[in-house]
Design a protein around this ligand. Structure first.
Ligand SMILES: [Zn+2]
Length: 252
């Protein structure tokens, strides 16, 4: 099968897990009706990964703070069948061989790994979640599965960068509720009287506050707005998204 049109960024490829960020051929990962067949992009991805769609999970995202623990009983949810993962922006699991996925086009995908505990997760973080409790909830859910903040590694995936992400004053006001003045100085910058948000910096601060060690937080340093081979809402893509996914490998 020809999958040459897919723009793929490898985020992780280790013995423990593999994770990626892909635009797909069409950038379509969500179905109009729950009864619709899986999108062509999901079919191509599953073939490429060599994993059946019954192992792939996608929540119905809402730009909120909810994180759910998932297992094989959720397999195929949002991909080949309807599911209960509504208004959910984060998934964590202790099960190997499941593909946890979220869609994003400028928002931040976050890949979470605790190798020692055997726990992985994926989050979709928009500006509201960045000021909210998404990170807090994700760490709690990972802890429920046996993870420890000191062992959790975070990879900040491709998203709109601080040079491109102009926001309004209302965004800064929202962040002022959950960050100190010093932190706000690092999260926001002004150029030519315009205000810009560094969402990855806000996310780093949130994870550090939950006990994640700074050197365990890395950044793919790829901007969806700058890189025209990726879909960007701000650049005008509508109804087309990139997919972020993570899989804990099964023992060979
Ligand atoms: Zn950029």
């Amino acid at each position: 099968m020809d999958i040459s049109g897919i723009k793929d960024i490898t985020i992780i490829n280790s013995n423990f897990a593999c994770a990626g960020f892909t635009s797909g051929n069409e950038g379509i990962w969500s179905r109009n009706e729950a009864s619709d067949p899986p999108t062509k992009d999901y079919v191509s991805l599953a073939e490429k990964l060599g994993i059946p769609l019954t192992k792939v999970i996608r929540p119905y995202q809402a730009g909120g703070d909810k994180v759910e623990i998932v297992g094989s009983e959720h397999g195929g949810s949002g991909v080949i069948k309807d599911n209960e993962l509504k208004k959910v922006d984060g998934l964590v699991t202790a099960e190997k061989g499941l593909v946890l996925s979220v869609i994003a086009a400028d928002c931040v995908p976050l890949y979470l790994i605790d190798k020692k505990a055997g726990v992985t997760g994926i989050l979709h973080c928009g500006w509201k979640s960045g000021a909210g409790t998404l990170v807090y909830n994700a760490v709690r859910k990972m802890q429920e599965l046996g993870a420890s903040p000191a062992d959790i590694k975070v990879i900040i995936g491709p998203h709109i960068c601080e040079e491109c992400y102009e926001v309004g004053e209302e965004v800064r006001n929202e962040y002022a509720n959950s960050f100190t003045c010093n932190e706000l100085e690092n999260i926001f910058s002004r150029r030519n009287k315009r205000l810009y948000l560094d969402l990855s910096e806000a996310i780093r601060i949130k994870f550090t506050a939950e006990g994640i060690i700074s050197r365990n937080i890395s950044d793919a340093r790829e901007c969806t707005f700058h890189n025209k081979s990726l879909y960007s809402y701000r650049r005008g893509d509508r109804g087309k998204q990139n997919l972020a996914y993570i899989i804990m490998k099964t023992e060979k």
